[in-house]
Design a protein around this ligand. Structure first.
Ligand code: SF4
Ligand code: SF4
Ligand code: SF4
Length: 339
């Protein structure tokens, strides 16, 4: 390979700069695990078409094609519709696409390095970067099973009905949840991260995602609700639907920043709905209490009943519907609070 004008010792520093992340020893260790210095030099030559990269690197074009395909499978590069290969846009994109890659590209050492980086600095960096701003780039989509149990809702908007969002996308795919895969604090379902349109094409083309029919994807959304996972859509990042996450409280970056650091209201937009309890139907089983990520449900005296009954603090409720899904006597329904 021809000498590209970057010293080997500086490749990882250059990669961090390209990913818009400050110099970090933990992130360097992730990058060193992900790419050799020679591979790093190739990435720094992007964006490029294979022929151009072959010329720059001195490799033959076929070898470059193979390497770029491998980079794509490992979640390091994306290919634009014009056939141009680009390195990950930033550290977050690299994290998400690398960790959702097929099993053969992921080992425990890599998962541990990402986890060490995330726990050791990334969460604090992200939380600190928010300051006092309310960016709310992620929104809660209510559980469709909760909406089905709530008779008086009227028409849902297409962008808040997960089933309509799924039916309107083509193609649809599922990949592993990157947070649960690396953090490993819970045993909730892993293969539930739904991808749509461009996001699904990318996942399928690089062997990371399994193509789904709309009804299969709706079933996965329903199973996620039953398991206690919240649907979230990063609609503030792109209005074009590329993914819907099914998030847990223990591993998810969003909830780790939001709940542990106390900035959840700054980043997460509530749905237009809130849960309410019909106390005559509530048996006091408490199944809903544990389900709520936001501690919005308390068991309180409800005379003349001798049992404690569930009560919702509407101010804390984000309208996810998970409590309604688990409530066997269907004492919890969702009500519209914003038009
Ligand atoms: S944001 Fe939620 S679903 Fe998406 S990868 Fe993280 S935990 Fe998984
Ligand atoms: S799950 Fe339903 S029945 Fe059980 S405490 Fe909650 S509201 Fe009451
Ligand atoms: S009370 Fe909690 S679990 Fe129920 S809808 Fe509100 S945020 Fe979700």
């Amino acid at each position: 390979m021809k000498e590209v004008n970057i010293k080997t010792s500086d490749v990882y520093t250059e990669l961090m700069a390209r990913l818009k992340y400050p110099i970090s020893e933990r992130f360097r260790r992730v990058l060193q695990k992900l790419v050799t210095p020679e591979e790093g030099k190739l990435l720094l030559e992007l964006p490029a078409e294979p022929a151009e990269l072959a010329q720059k690197s001195g490799l033959d074009e076929e070898a470059v094609q193979r390497k770029l395909q491998e980079f794509m499978e490992r979640g390091l590069v994306i290919r634009t519709s014009k056939g141009l290969f680009c390195f990950a846009r930033d550290m977050t994109q690299l994290h998400d696409s690398n960790l959702s890659s097929a099993e053969k590209w992921i080992d425990t050492e890599l998962l541990d390095l990402w986890k060490e980086f995330r726990d050791g600095e990334w969460l604090q960096t992200m939380a600190g970067g928010l300051g006092d701003s309310y960016v709310q780039f992620i929104k809660v989509l209510p559980a469709w099973k909760a909406m089905e149990r709530s008779p008086d809702l009227g028409e849902l908007l297409p962008e808040e009905d997960i089933r309509e969002l799924i039916r309107g996308a083509d193609p649809v795919a599922v990949v592993s949840c990157t947070c649960r895969r690396s953090i490993r604090k819970c045993d909730l379902p892993l293969d539930v991260c739904l991808q749509f349109n461009r996001g699904a094409e990318y996942a399928i083309n690089r062997g990371a995602g399994r193509r789904l029919s709309a009804e299969e994807a709706i079933a996965i959304a329903g199973e996620s609700e039953e398991a206690g996972l919240i649907h979230t859509w990063a609609s503030g990042v792109s209005r074009r639907l590329t993914a819907i996450c099914n998030c847990c409280r223990d591993c998810c970056d969003i909830f780790a920043i939001g709940i542990e650091v106390g900035t959840i209201e700054q980043i997460l937009e509530k749905s237009r709905f809130r849960a309410e309890v019909d106390q005559d139907l509530c048996t006091g089983c408490q199944d809903c209490v544990e389900r709520c990520f936001f501690e919005a449900i308390e068991m309180k005296d409800s005379p003349p009943s001798k049992k404690l009954k569930a009560t919702i603090d509407e101010g804390k409720c984000f309208g996810c519907g998970l409590c309604a899904v688990v409530c066997e006597p269907e004492a919890i329904t969702m009500k519209l609070v914003q038009t």
